[in-house]
Each structure stands twice: as C-alpha cells, then as structure tokens.
Design a protein around this ligand. Sequence first.
Ligand SMILES: [Zn+2]
Length: 348
Amino acid sequence: MGHPTLVRLLHLLLAIALLLPAHAAAAEAQVDLQYGPLPVFELHSGFWINLHHTLYGQARQSRDGRGSPSGTGATTRRTPSEQVAWDAAVAYYAANYQDKDLLFNTELILLKNQLGDFEQCDELSGAKKKTCDAGLPARLTRILDAAAPVYRAHEWPSHDLANRRWVLRVAPLVREQGLGLSQRLADIYQTKWPKDKIRVDVCAYANRSGAYTTLEPLRVTISSTDTRNQGAEALEVLFHEASHGIADTVQQAIIRECRQREKAIPRDLWHALIFYTTGEVIRPVITATNADGSSDGSETAYTPYAIREGIYQRGWDGYLKLLTQFWQPYLDGKATFDDAIARMVSAL
Ligand SMILES: [Zn+2]
C-alpha cells in the first residue's frame, strides 16, 4: 500500500523464507512463528499443535475404520522403534481423546492452546530447557516427546510445507484486505475488533469442518490441506472463524428478541448469519481482486462458502430467506441492526 515495489519485494522475500525447508527454520527457532507483519491475524505453523491434530485425526480415523487423515502423509516408512512410539501415541489419543470434541471439550482446548504456545520448544518436559516445561500430565508429556522425533522425521516436513504454502497464498489477501474487512465486520456486529492480532494455527489436519475457533483466548485452527480452505476461499474461512469471536452481539440480540416474543431461540440462526455476512462482505473484495491478490481487471464472480458448500441446504433454507429479506437491507445501510434482528425473529 503506497509502496508497491517495496511491497512486492517483501512478498518475494516472504515467499523465499516460507519455502525454505522446515529443518532450516527448525535449526534456528524450532518453528518459525510468524509470517511477517500481517494485519489482523498472526499465522502460525506450529510443530506440537500439528502433531496433536495429526494424532487426534489418526486415532479418530482408526476408530471410524478409515485410512489416515487427508493430507497427513499416508506413505510413511517408520523404523520398528519409531513405529512403537507412534503407535503408543495414537493409542493414547484413542484412549483419552478420540471421543472428545476439539471444539467443545475444555481439556482438548486447553491442551491445544498450550501446545500452540510451546511451538518453539524441542521437547515439553523442560529437561533440556526449563522454560519448555509445558506442565502437561507426565504420561502425555512422555508420549508426545517420544512421538515428536518420529513426526519430525516423517509427516512434519510435508505438513509444515503445506502450512507455509497455505500462508503464502493467503498472506497477500490478508495484507491488502484484512484491515478493511475487520473494520467492516466489527461495524456490522456493532462491536470492536480485538486489539491484539488473532492467532491462527495452520495445521495439516484440523477437524471435520476443516477449521474451528475457540474463545478466551480467541484462537483459530485451520486445515491447510482441506479442499474447502484453498485459494481466495481461505480469506473467507479466516474471517468466518474470527467472526465466531466477535458476533456475540448478534446472538444476544436474537435471544432478546425471542424472549420478548416468547419464541424458542433458534440454535443456529446466528451461525447462519455469520456465514451469510462474511460471504457478502468478502464477495465484492474477491470479485475485484484475483485470488493471488493482483487486480488485472479480469473479474470472476466469487461464490461464498455457505453457497459453495451447500450449508443452507442442511436445514437452513429458512434462515437464508430471512437473511436475504431482513438482514441484507441492514448490510446495505437501509435498516438498523436492531430492526433487522427484530424482523428476522418476528418472521421465525
Ligand atoms: Zn462457523
């Protein structure tokens, strides 16, 4: 912005840095934490959090009788001793976590956040470096520390590369549109965008939805290999997920209106609303800009995530009608927030 040549040079440098092999970065600071000064988000490709999601994914896949999770490098050749350590880790996850939900289970949320915070550590016991004692249960620490070299030798290089490539592709869009989009969304939801950058953990495997967000602290986990999160769509997924952290005003207003009218509170209307809103806010931005961030005048229409993935067809058809009829006028500046919510609820 303002210095196109400098920006292009920075992009180039960033591109080179991102595509260096994972081990080169690891030699210095374990995991390269942050990919340049992007606005709004800080994007991480963290070792432990990737290992965590990979183990969780593999445990679930075995439970469900499927192969290894997509994008987790199914063709690994582990030595017998590596295999023992790996199997023990998957078995631990199967026994302790596979039936718990990454999004809703407090234990899993705390563990994920902790593993994210320790991304620069080689091990989690603090044996080599005191500050690397992650304070996890002793058995879990041993399991993860034993699985770590196996993961580092096999899946991690390709996972890290996939994460870095994903970041590389979305970074120009975030750089160019991130601030404007965040302000627009905060205005729509009549709130303030968080002052601190939102931490995004980019992982080869996330959850079934390909991305999820946990609150307090607000953190987003996104799968770099999920087909739904690729290209310009990645920007929408980022802002949809971030909206989970700022759209509480919508849910509160819906609840208020429902109580006044003595109506049952619709469980997912707020979620349909943030799908709809993010899509509508992103659409003109992406249509005017190509997926690689360039604007060469050739416009291609952007299809919002919820339409592309058939989200409304899963029982939300009625919501889409309400949103189009009563929420869209608010987005167009032709109705107030309160009126739009009130009309939606009264039409329920
Ligand atoms: Zn969502």
